[in-house]
Design a protein around this ligand. Structure first.
Ligand code: UDP
Ligand code: MN
Length: 334
């Protein structure tokens, strides 16, 4: 018999939006989300952090979860957080688990529209890889063999249907994700991809409208902004390392990552981790300002706030999508 409640179209309220953050980013990053997209999904959005913060709790009406995971950018600390995010989703009974980092902009209406197209009672793993090839690792169960799989980069956002999430329980629930992370020695997003591919034999469905700062965000056309689902930024102010090698220049902002962190050390090879868009180094260069000695990867918005007032571009993006919101520049209305 057909369960009507299961067959009605998916709505925003069916989505569990989980944002990974850490105490030092509550002011720097989370506030920006609260003043932009998260306003449009107040009931659906939860912040997973590593400390108590009464002020943030009040602002989000209690949607802050202290995971008690350690506040470092290490593989195990991040896996710990993801495992708590997952457990909360399971407890929420929602149809979709969507995870983002705290430097992600979510186009809320487009996310709802996307998830209407997929049946949450089927197995779906939606996201965007940042590698140009499947990730290959030693198979932890079969010595001497390799296993290669695509994974959704956490920073671009990823959505998992309830059906698939329930099947992941034996490998993910109650902290078991951390054992997988430790065994395969991969960051949380890769480990999720590994569980889905290796244990459940499901594939990633690529959503091209998801975007992390591992791709060239300046390549997105401002007139297509309303079709994008996630956006990000990287405004790390890193010195230019040299002048002769264009590739090194254009990847400067990723090279500076914490060496104990996610992407750089498990492969050992930086070159293999380069995002596709970085190949277009001439375009990158045209946006560098060598005189300032800084590099950043941000979305180009037509109009909006100045880069000084809105360095991440999120406020400008938000006003471009919703021009009539209070506080948007008048020019955005025309
Ligand atoms: N993060 C964290 N603990 C830390 C550092 C970062 O939970 O000690 C979170 C951060 O809030 C973000 C994600 O991990 O949601 C990725 O961090 P970031 O954007 O700084 O680094 P990336 O890996 O994107 O270069
Ligand atoms: Mn990031």
């Amino acid at each position: 018999s057909l369960d009507f409640s299961e067959s009605r179209p998916t709505e925003l309220s069916d989505i569990f939006i989980s944002v990974k953050t850490t105490k030092r980013y509550h002011k720097l990053r989370v506030e920006l989300l609260l003043s932009t997209w998260a306003r449009l999904a107040k009931d659906e959005t939860y912040f997973f952090t590593d400390t108590d913060d009464k002020e943030l709790e009040n602002k989000t009406r209690g949607h802050v979860i202290n995971t008690n995971c350690s506040a470092v950018h290490s593989r195990m600390a991040l896996c710990c957080k993801m495992s708590v995010e997952y457990d909360y989703f399971i407890a929420s009974r929602k149809r979709w688990f969507c995870h983002v980092d705290d430097d992600t902009y979510i186009n809320i209406p487009e996310l709802s529209r996307l998830l209407k197209k997929f049946n949450h009672t089927e197995d779906w793993y939606l996201g965007k890889p940042s590698l140009t090839h499947p990730l290959e690792i030693s198979d932890p169960e079969h010595k001497g063999q390799k296993v290669a799989f695509w994974f959704a980069t956490g920073g671009a956002g990823m959505c998992i249907s309830r059906s698939l999430a329930l099947k992941m329980m034996p490998y993910t629930a109650g902290g078991r994700l951390q054992s997988v992370c430790a065994t395969v020695r991969l960051p949380d997003d890769c480990s999720i991809g590994f569980i889905i591919y290796n244990y459940l034999k499901k594939e990633l469905t690529v959503i091209s409208q998801f975007h992390s700062h591992l791709e060239g965000l300046w390549l997105l056309k401002p007139e297509n902004m309303d079709q994008q689902i996630t956006l990000s930024y990287s405004v790390k102010q890193t010195p230019i390392l040299g002048r002769s090698n264009v590739i090194h220049l254009s990847t400067g902002f990723e090279v500076e990552k914490d060496p104990t962190s996610t992407y750089l050390n498990f492969q050992g090879s930086m070159q293999r981790m380069l995002p596709l868009a970085i190949a277009s180094c001439q375009i990158t260069l045209s946006y560098n300002r060598p005189d300032s000695g800084k590099l950043k990867n941000i979305v180009h918005v037509s109009g909006g706030f100045s880069e000084q007032d809105d360095p991440t571009r999120f406020r400008s993006i938000h006003c471009q999508l919703f021009p009539y919101l209070e506080g948007c520049p008048r020019a955005a209305h025309t």
